[in-house]
Design a protein around this ligand. Structure first.
Ligand code: SF4
Length: 293
């Protein structure tokens, strides 16, 4: 297959999947977010074609059933990984749409999950395993800046592609993760604690002060890094308080809503998002209009 044929196939499958999810979930995303998504997949193919072509077992389900939470509830853990088996070496990859630099500086968070999958694969299923790694597909601003707005990676001119390849040299999406099965029981216990909290209906958000503090070891606030990506922010009391506190004294709605959208300046994106969602569930939009909501 030629590069163009594969890229055309990727596009076709991406949009088919998107449409399926849109119809299943009844929600949508802005055209800009949709383009960023397909560019992330195309860049993955451009940069990691060698890995993608070597994958021997794709979307391998990893299941750890019949676990007990600290409060005695039964639960199971499920995940999906890709496996490469080559000569006498087996590598497990977990694909994340996260920022590679973030994964590198917070390895311990990813180690927990990947080590658990490795344990199921290696110890419980008796399969060989030599290495585990995360593939973090989010691309940074330097890459974003050289892709002209509204263009997909496979539509770039020769000059634009040359510029892109220059910045891609610094993009390292594959991050090897230490393989340590000793911490698995601790990870299972932490999953169990979350199960207990959910079953006990303990969903309280953190205090306002927590939102104003830096998130983990980054210099971004919890509110910026976590809350702005949280679907519950529209009805979250501490986040509303945070937004009110930060808005100018004589705030107008336009200024206030910036806290509830990723890019307040980009009205087109917001309109696109609204239109996409209206198209996704026309019956809801009709009912809202009838009820005057
Ligand atoms: S907006 Fe979401 S992440 Fe932020 S405090 Fe509220 S529930 Fe938690």
């Amino acid at each position: 297959m030629t590069q163009q044929t594969i890229e055309a196939f990727i596009r076709e499958v991406y949009y088919q999947n998107f449409e399926l999810l849109r119809q299943e979930g009844g929600g949508s995303i802005s055209p800009e977010a949709r383009e960023a998504g397909i560019n992330q997949v195309l860049l993955y193919w451009l940069m990691l074609r060698e890995i993608a072509e070597r994958v021997t077992d794709t979307e391998v389900p990893i299941n750890l059933p019949n676990q007990r939470s600290p409060e005695g509830r039964m639960f199971g853990i499920e995940g999906v990984v890709d496996i490469i088996r080559e000569d006498d070496k087996t590598i497990m990859y977990d694909i994340k749409t996260h920022d590679p630099d973030y994964v590198r500086t917070h390895r311990e968070l990813y180690e927990m999950q990947l080590n658990l999958y490795a344990y199921v694969w290696h110890q419980l299923r008796g399969q060989p395993l030599d290495m585990t790694a995360i593939i973090a597909t989010a691309y940074d601003e330097k890459i974003r800046d050289v892709i002209p707005a509204g263009k997909l990676v496979d539509e770039l001119t020769e000059d634009e592609m040359t510029r892109l390849k220059t910045v891609l040299d610094n993009w390292q999406p594959v991050i090897e993760i230490d393989f340590n099965e000793a911490s698995v029981q601790e990870t299972i216990r932490k999953f169990g604690e979350v199960v207990d909290k959910i079953e006990n209906r303990q969903f309280a958000p953190p205090e306002l002060e927590h939102l104003k503090a830096p998130w983990q070891t980054t210099n971004q606030l919890f509110a910026t890094r976590v809350c702005r990506n949280c679907d519950a922010r529209f009805s979250c009391t501490p986040y509303r308080a945070y937004a009110q506190e930060r808005a100018p004294r004589n705030w107008r709605m336009a200024e206030f809503t910036q806290y509830f959208y990723d890019d307040p300046a980009d009205e087109t994106a917001q309109e696109g998002w609204v239109a996409a969602n209206l198209n996704a569930s026309p019956e809801d939009a009709y009912l809202d209009a009838l009820l005057g909501e």
